[in-house]
Design a protein around this ligand. Structure first.
Ligand code: G3P
Length: 217
């Protein structure tokens, strides 16, 4: 399963990239706003740090303007994935862009039927938002299972990119279902490394090792 980080914070991205475990980055207009940076500048910087797909989102609502925005975005770097919303205009844009080899991430997906449409439009990634589903009292992960089943039924190559992840259980469930990618905030990715028994074990090993009076090498 690929790990993307959902942020436009270049410091977080650099730190996580150093682990060697980061496969890509997703941004959205809210994350760009949170970063306080110029959109095109920060996306270009991110593309230089992470060689994998970096999602940058169009903001227009109509197909013609989306295409113009996408043209600017895809010129930033070869690893740009243009992010489009799951609307009729967004999927028209998706079909046009993927048709000439541009990676496209279709975002704001909340049903398996929407994901089916995105696959038919040739999306590289579909981003179902699990956390926002949970927030309103539904089971976001159920949609991921349905999308996995449907994509496997028809051998669609669109990658299931689980988005709006809130906690490590979302990551675990995504892996069990067989999602292709998760994108999570930096804090959730850092949580994945942690367990209190790991910390406690390290402390006791360090204490016992000190008592041996030995060094390695
Ligand atoms: O980037 C899309 C998605 O991951 C947003 O997550 O936390 O704003 O629901 P969130």
């Amino acid at each position: 399963m690929k790990f993307f980080v959902d942020t436009a914070d270049i410091n977080d991205i650099r730190e996580l990239a150093e682990t060697g475990l980061l496969d890509g980055v997703t941004t959205n207009p809210s994350l760009i706003h949170k970063s306080g940076r110029n959109f095109l500048e920060v996306v270009k910087e991110i593309c230089g740090v992470v060689p994998g797909p970096v999602s940058a989102e169009v903001v227009a609502g109509d197909h013609a303007t989306m295409m113009r925005e996408a043209e600017i975005l895809r010129r930033i770097a070869d690893n740009i994935a243009v992010k489009v919303p799951l609307t009729i205009d967004g999927l028209k844009t998706c079909k046009a862009l993927t048709g000439d080899g541009t990676m496209v991430n279709v975002t704001l997906c909340f049903t398996a039927n929407q994901a089916l449409l995105a696959a038919k439009a040739g999306a590289t990634f579909i981003s179902p938002f699990v956390g926002r589903h949970d927030d309103i009292g539904f089971d976001g992960m159920q949609i991921i299972s349905e999308i996995r089943l449907i994509y496997d039924n028809y051998d669609y190559e669109t990658q299931v990119l689980v988005a709006s992840i809130r906690h490590p259980i979302h990551v675990l469930e995504s892996a069990k279902i067989g999602a292709d990618v998760i994108t999570a905030p930096p804090a959730v990715i850092r949580q994945l490394f942690k367990h209190p028994l790991t910390d406690r074990g390290l402390e006791s090993f360090a204490a016992d090792w000190a008592k041996t009076g030995q060094t390695i090498g």
